[in-house]
Design a binder for this molecule. Structure first.
Ligand code: HEC
Length: 315
């Protein structure tokens, strides 16, 4: 039986052909099909196993047929086989890379050291090792040029790039998993869709006590800059989630609302800031200053607001 191409070309060739066809015909959006649909991985694995099985069967059939050949034909077959180019090329390459002298020619390289009958051969360095060594020199030159001469980038910049990429990936993930937010990670949402969702939640749950315009009733005024439990998205989120002070009437909403919904309604509550409600309730609490806000913009502000800070929450 004459084989046209060796198995290590045949199997990958057919495999990647089928792989390519699958990718071409299976519509999987912008991700490759084998990532989008894990079934495809299973299918490709099956294809690979079947291809290997076919090769093994062909091999064993060949083997059985070989056993039935007469001696002389066997020899011819083996000769033809070892003359096939891949085999010959592989053997030649192996010998070349090893670079050792055949045992018959060792006489040429024997040294005249003789330690109690132990003699030394002056073998050349094996070419595979020498080439590897040259490759490291080449690598070193390229590395030196890139990172020390042209300053392509350094570790610090690489680190920053990776952190930025990771941050972007986290952002991306957060968008799909909004319920992951908690009081530590919540940020002010500004998307119109989030604010609208927040308004719906507010109108269903909160207006009875805070009024539709946030002016306050049973609950405090949410439009002014005075806060009993602290302003800013994190404090507001925490108040909504955990409730107000005991006995004041503001329940913990975490039983009723999902984290994402609390983030939305908290953002909506903060959108009241600076608006003028129809019947504003008198301020309660203290003016809240964001500690994380850039403070050096207006150095007077802190001392000025200190003196105007009033504790009105004792009623
Ligand atoms: C039963 C009436 C009631 C309802 C309903 C209610 N609240 Fe309140 N809310 C209050 C009271 C009373 C306080 C003051 C709590 C305190 O003094 O500790 C308060 C406080 C707050 C505060 C803190 C204000 C500050 O100055 O620190 C926020 C924010 C708030 N509510 C948001 C909401 C949101 C959002 C909803 C709807 C999901 C809601 N509330 C529903 C009664 C209510």
């Amino acid at each position: 039986m004459r084989t046209m191409s060796p198995w290590w070309i045949r199997i990958p060739f057919i495999f990647f052909l089928i792989f390519g066809l699958v990718e071409y015909y299976v519509d999987s959006g912008d991700k490759p099909a084998f990532i989008e649909y894990p079934m495809v991985q299973l299918f490709l694995l099956m294809v690979l196993l079947i291809l290997i099985a076919i090769e093994l069967i062909v091999k064993s059939v060949e083997n059985v047929l070989f056993q039935t050949l007469p001696e002389e034909a066997k020899e011819r077959y083996l000769n033809a086989k070892s003359a096939s180019w891949e085999w010959a090329w592989g053997k030649r390459m192996y010998k070349k890379l090893l670079g050792s002298k055949p045992i018959e020619e060792e006489g040429e390289i024997i040294l005249d050291h003789n330690y109690d009958g132990i003699k030394e051969l002056d073998n050349k360095l094996p070419p595979w090792w020498v080439y590897l060594f040259y490759a490291t020199i080449l690598f070193g030159v390229v590395y030196l040029a890139r990172f020390h001469v042209f300053n392509d980038y350094d570790q610090a910049r690489e680190y920053e790039m990776e952190v930025a990429a990771a941050q972007a990936a986290i952002e991306e993930y957060r968008k799909t998993a909004k319920d992951l937010v908690d009081v530590n990670t919540v940020t002010l949402l500004t998307d119109a869709s989030d604010i609208n969702a927040g308004r719906l939640i507010f109108e269903t749950n909160c207006v009875v006590c805070h009024m539709a315009d946030g002016g306050g009733g049973i609950g405090p005024n949410l439009t002014d800059e005075y806060w009993i439990q602290g302003g800013g998205i994190k404090n507001v989120f925490r108040t909504i989630s955990e409730g107000g002070r005991d006995g004041k009437g503001m329940i913990a909403w975490k039983q009723t609302l999902k984290p994402a919904e609390m983030a939305q309604v908290a953002s909506y509550v903060l959108s009241f800031q600076g608006t003028t409600p129809a019947n504003p309730k008198a301020p309660e609490g203290e003016i809240w200053i964001d500690e994380n806000a850039p403070q050096d913009q207006n150095p007077q502000e802190e001392s000025a607001s200190d003196s105007t800070t009033v504790a009105l929450n004792e009623q």
